[in-house]
Design a protein around this ligand. Structure first.
Ligand code: AMP
Length: 404
């Protein structure tokens, strides 16, 4: 089936048309600067020079969806004869709260629940909802499925999702760990089992999604049992610009000591912290930090070492949670590309039976084993593919409905 995957932000819309039978991308692109003027449209066709990019004004998301559908169905540049050839649209939805344990066919009732979850992701869910509404306008007869960043983590046991605060706040306000990057953790844990030649039910894995945003998940038999991001994506390991876990009293202390308001302090924790803040605002990009580290830059060394340390701590904790892991898998921008980050992490895990194969870690690309034969825990690097995960989940939902 041809599935159009839509990842809609407040001023951008990423899309990808995927043939799920062959797991191939037919075309992909981006609508930028929606609603703010100076819009730009990108359209790339796999294995062809039919693609193009151009400046287009996008006064709203409807125009963006209209533009991409015109490109995809155009007699010259198009990849389908008619919009009816697109079997379904899979929408990325950031927050499904505790309402969605899996992807869902979008009915008016489901839309209302997604709207209810907007409180939990006020920057993301409203944009995702807008994406659904715009696609509905342009493709009223096409099946729509919502795939949630949080759904994969709905298997977390109570002991993992509760915080040590009065229980009434969980009951009244739903304050709990949700976890994010679910599509990536789900996809990569399945790929890990596949590369190991094992049934996912028999594998315990620790998935390290290390990108600009980053999270680590303990997956037992295909089920997420703990994950580093929490109520929001600010929690967990140190990220590009996000602080990760910290003592909540620090927020209070920063407000008092800096004289800045609470909103400004929260902005700093989201956008000026992490590797960026620790490196004296040098960069949030791991490539820059590595270059500066190699040149002996003290701030970069501090940022890099702290980043590695926190990841090692989480992996150690998740090994304990799982009662030992069969595999650790690195994915996303840093996890897939930085052999140096992987080496620094794995070298510190030697005491837990992790032995890296330096040659395999340094050389080669794509999904591969990078641990030595003597390693008690296998280590892999596997490219994540959130869009493919969304497309496959979309087909699963439709198949279930057809069977049910
Ligand atoms: P993502 O959020 O998954 O797109 O990852 C983005 C991050 O990946 C960037 O901020 C970079 O820090 C990192 N990255 C990409 N390529 C490399 C590389 N070759 N070496 C180290 N880090 C990389």
């Amino acid at each position: 089936m041809k599935v159009l995957v839509i990842n809609c932000g407040s001023s951008s819309l990423k899309y990808r048309l995927i043939e799920t039978d062959t797991k191939t991308v037919i075309c992909k692109g981006l609508c930028e600067r929606i609603g703010i003027g100076g819009g730009h449209f990108k359209y790339e066709v796999t294995g062809s020079d039919k693609g193009f990019e151009k400046d287009v004004e996008f006064p709203d998301h409807n125009t963006a969806v209209d533009t991409l559908i015109k490109a995809v169905t155009d007699p010259d540049s198009g990849v389908v004869g008619d919009v009816s050839e697109i079997g379904a649209v899979g929408h990325r939805i950031v927050h499904g709260g505790d309402k969605f344990t899996e992807a869902a066919y979008i009915t008016p009732e489901v839309m209302s629940v997604i709207e209810e979850c907007s409180d939990l992701a006020p920057l993301h869910n409203p944009a995702n909802i807008q994406g659904i509404k715009s696609c509905r306008k342009v493709m009223p007869d096409t099946a729509m499925v919502g795939v949630f960043d949080t759904a994969f983590h709905q298997t977390l046991p109570e002991e993992a999702y509760l915080y040590g605060i009065p229980y009434e706040y969980y009951e009244k306000y739903g304050i709990r760990k949700f976890g994010f990057h679910g599509m990536s953790h789900e996809y990569v844990s399945k790929e890990t089992a596949a590369i190991m030649g094992k049934d996912i039910k028999d594998v315990k894995t620790i998935i390290c999604h290390l990108g600009n945003g980053a999270s680590i998940t303990a997956v037992d038999g295909g089920r997420s049992v703990d994950t580093s991001m929490g109520y929001t994506p600010l929690d967990g390991i140190i990220m590009g610009t996000r602080c990760g876990s910290l003592d909540p009293e620090i927020v209070h202390a920063l407000v008092e000591k800096t004289g800045k308001g609470l909103d400004e302090v929260m902005r700093i924790l989201n956008f000026d912290s992490g590797v960026y803040g620790l490196s004296d605002y040098k960069s949030s990009d791991m490539r820059d930090i590595r270059d500066a580290y190699k040149a002996g830059d003290k701030a970069a060394i501090r940022a890099f070492d702290t980043y590695i340390y926190v990841i090692v701590k989480y992996i150690g904790a998740y090994m304990a949670v799982l009662g030992g892991a069969d595999a650790i898998t690195f994915t996303a921008g840093i996890g897939e590309n930085s052999s140096s980050v992987r080496k620094h992490i794995c070298d510190r895990l030697k005491g837990l039976g992790v032995v890296l194969d330096d040659g395999a870690n340094e050389n080669g690309h794509g999904a591969r084993l990078i641990s030595a034969e003597s390693s008690k825990v296998r280590v892999y690097t596997i490219p994540t593919d959130e869009e493919m995960s969304i497309a496959l989940s979309t087909v699963e939902v439709l198949d279930r409905m057809n069977k049910g």
